[in-house]
Design a protein around this ligand. Structure first.
Ligand code: GDP
Ligand code: MG
Length: 177
């Protein structure tokens, strides 16, 4: 539905970061359009999508930014992070390396973003339990140590995607209210 005539109380910019192929674009597609594609192409060009939702009787427009195939270290520019009030740090539970790179992404995020940014760590592809390479406990412990929210999601099965966005957006909402 169009929100052309809808009064918007807040616009929150949230950035997706993490290694290539962890599922960032599909998490966004699931949240913004309730779609999923198994042969999703690498994102080209800086892109964001929006979805307006209601939090505590206010309309909140979530503006979610997706990296444009700039997932190499230090290739994401400061413009991407500018004005972001939330971040989703995504790894793939079946690829240990994508989790091992999380501290690097966190460092980059903290170097560029506002110090009050709300961050959630996301272990995506939870539907591939038989290929799991990152124990839930490891990620939970890391998140706790770094003061991040944490959830495992499946963009494929639509598990926890809505909850992940709502967690970040509600926390941001509570900070500004
Ligand atoms: P990005 O590079 O981080 O944006 O990753 P994409 O969103 O393009 O996804 C990379 C690949 O992983 C694609 O083939 C997706 O279909 C697949 N994928 C994304 N999310 C999931 C998921 O939750 N489960 C499974 N099984 N595959 C996924
Ligand atoms: Mg992508």
């Amino acid at each position: 539905a169009s929100d052309a005539n809808q009064k918007i109380d807040y616009v929150f910019k949230v950035v997706l970061i993490g290694d290539s192929a962890v599922g960032k674009s599909q998490i966004l597609a699931r949240f913004a359009r309730d779609e999923f594609s198994l042969d999703s192409k690498a994102t080209i060009g800086v892109e964001f999508q929006t979805r307006t939702l209601v939090i505590q009787h206010k309309s909140v427009k979530a503006q979610i930014w997706d990296t444009a195939g700039q997932e190499r270290y230090r290739a994401v520019t400061s413009a991407y992070y500018r004005g972001a009030v939330g971040a989703m740090l995504v790894y793939d539970i079946t690829k240990r390396q994508t989790f091992d790179h999380i501290p690097r992404w966190l460092e980059e995020l903290r170097g560029h973003a506002d110090k009050n940014i709300v961050i959630i760590l996301i272990g995506n592809k939870s539907d591939l339990e038989d290929q799991r390479a990152v124990p839930t406990e490891d990620a939970k412990e890391f998140a706790q140590k770094e003061g991040l929210f944490f959830l495992e999601t499946s963009a494929l099965q639509a598990t926890n995607v809505e909850t992940a966005f709502l967690t970040v957006l509600t926390e941001i909402f509570n900070i500004v209210n």
